[in-house]
Design a protein around this ligand. Structure first.
Ligand SMILES: [Zn+2]
Length: 226
């Protein structure tokens, strides 16, 4: 009987913890591990793959796995970057394009579990810069990438209008009052990403959405389960 009561307690506690995560959205719109696995079986393109495995030369600077981010908190347990398979294939083409100029990509963030988006919103709640959990983020779909360009010789980032996750007006993808060099670098990123199926977010020069994003579900799977 006692064991039974303990089991009931954990089931109820589990359900309410889950319900809390999904207070902004109908839970049927979010895929956990089991639902995600069924979706991948039906369409292998839905697989989340580790970007570094497909593009070994890519540089990762996963800020949410450190305290160097706008939350000043570690939001990810592991400094990893995942995205849906077609997104990673498109990034492969971007990396190859940049390589011909002696340049490469640096990634700040890619797939982000839905529950992390909820935490961002509850702590920042400026939907110009953090996604509204009633809609979710394209990062939750494995279809958005935050990135910049590095010089392959020095490993240094090209000069861009702001740093990653700056909440200033200068972060806007078309902000005009920047240096000529910053303008050229920002436009180069835009040109090469657009050529391979991505679109920049108007408020953030570093954020790109994969054009095919509407066919991919919102996910809430921790990196450790991938
Ligand atoms: Zn982003």
């Amino acid at each position: 009987m006692r064991g039974y009561l303990i089991a009931v307690f954990f089931i109820v506690a589990g359900i309410s913890a889950r319900a809390q995560h999904y207070k902004y959205i109908d839970s049927t719109k979010i895929s956990g591990t089991a639902r995600y696995k069924r979706q991948v079986k039906a369409n292998p393109d839905k697989q989340l793959v580790e970007i570094k495995q497909y593009i070994p030369t890519i540089v990762l600077d996963i800020r949410y796995a450190t305290t160097n981010n706008f939350m000043h908190r570690r939001m990810y347990q592991q400094p990893k970057a995942y995205a849906r398979l077609p997104v990673v294939k498109a990034l492969q083409a971007v990396e190859a394009d940049l390589k011909t100029r002696g340049l490469g990509l640096k990634i700040y963030d890619a797939y982000r579990p839905y529950s992390v988006t909820v935490k961002f919103y509850e702590m920042a709640s400026d939907t110009n810069f953090v996604a509204d959990p009633r809609k979710g983020s394209k990062h939750n779909r494995g279809c958005a990438i935050d990135l910049s360009i590095i010089d392959l010789k020095t490993g240094k980032e090209l000069d861009m209008p702001t740093g990653f996750d700056s909440f200033s007006r200068k972060a806007a993808a078309n902000y005009p009052a920047i240096t000529k060099q910053q303008f050229a670098n920002r436009e180069l990123l835009k040109t090469v990403m657009q050529a391979h199926g991505f679109k920049v977010l108007n408020t953030e020069w570093w954020h790109y959405d994969f054009n095919g994003w509407p066919q991919y579900e919102l996910l809430d799977i921790p990196f450790s389960a991938l």
